[in-house]
Design a protein. Structure first.
Length: 278
């Protein structure tokens, strides 16, 4: 049997040793990540409709902007209103998470955004703007406080339908109602409707259409996409072009907008966002 030289044995030892050190370091990092996920320093819960939900909204892109020590849970669901979200039992998960957070000493923020499906003409989802909608939003705020969380009301993300170069805003009455509830309950308010409407108006229809889930067909009739009752079906997120939901580009754009508003209105949360470029 041929004996290895001292130099060969040394090289083998160093290679094995380096591999072992790298493997150990990787194991430590993975363990730290698992520990962070299991023991978050902060929890952010998203509650809303498809404009915040996975695949059709900005929610997941917003969650991706937080550091690993933040547990960001996107509970938003397509087609839900301030009434149907609770009626379907989806709100129960928020109570579970907040109860868990309170017992563990974790600060939790609950971002609540409704309005699109509270509008008239949507059976099983519509709520009365004067009575039901404000009451529903106030109840969400009060319960979040009761369960130890911090409620954050978000006015509805603008639709992107233009008429003769002017961006419509048929969600403004719901945004106004949310602002009043925020004042009455002393909840944090993110004026997403106003800022997103101004931004989309400034960029124009052609650029705004690039924020959609899919590219527009060769010709899109303005009236076909401006009817709020035809934009958001109950259940799965849409995959075709429309001027309500957002794709990857739109999700990133509006997630950055919400991040800026959170930093502005909640200074304590700023340190939990990743640095630019991360």
């Amino acid at each position: 049997m041929k004996h290895l030289s001292f130099t060969s044995r040394l090289r083998t030892f160093l290679r094995v040793g380096s591999f072992s050190i790298a493997l150990l370091a990787s194991s430590v990092v993975n363990a730290q990540m698992q520990t962070t996920a299991a023991n978050p320093q902060l929890r952010v819960i998203l509650v809303g409709d498809s404009t915040m939900a996975t695949k059709s909204g900005y929610g997941d892109a917003l969650c991706a902007r937080f550091k690993p020590e933040v547990d960001c849970v996107n509970l938003a669901r397509g087609g839900r209103s301030s009434g149907s979200f609770r009626a379907e039992g989806l709100w129960n998960r928020v109570q579970e998470l907040l109860t868990q957070s309170a017992s563990s000493g974790i600060t939790s923020y609950v971002l609540i955004q409704f309005g699109h499906n509270d509008q008239p003409g949507k059976p099983g989802r519509s709520t009365d703007l004067v009575t039901e909608f404000p009451m529903n939003m106030a109840r969400y705020v009060n319960e979040v406080k009761q369960w130890g969380g911090v409620p954050v009301l978000v006015t509805p993300l603008t639709r992107r339908s233009f008429r003769e170069g002017v961006l419509e805003n048929n969600l403004k009455p719901w945004a106004d109602a949310i602002e009043k509830v925020a004042q009455q309950t002393q909840a944090v308010l993110l004026p997403l409707n106003a800022e997103s409407h101004a931004a989309v108006q400034a960029m124009g229809e052609a650029e705004a259409d690039t924020l959609a889930v899919a590219p527009p067909p060769p010709k899109v009739e303005a009236t076909a996409s401006s009817d709020p009752n035809k934009l958001e079906p109950q259940g799965a997120a849409k995959s075709a072009f429309d001027r309500t939901h957002v794709g990857v580009k739109g999700a990133a754009y509006f997630a950055n907008m919400v991040e800026r508003q959170l930093r502005q209105h909640l200074a304590a949360i700023s340190v939990f966002f990743k640095l630019a470029g991360e």
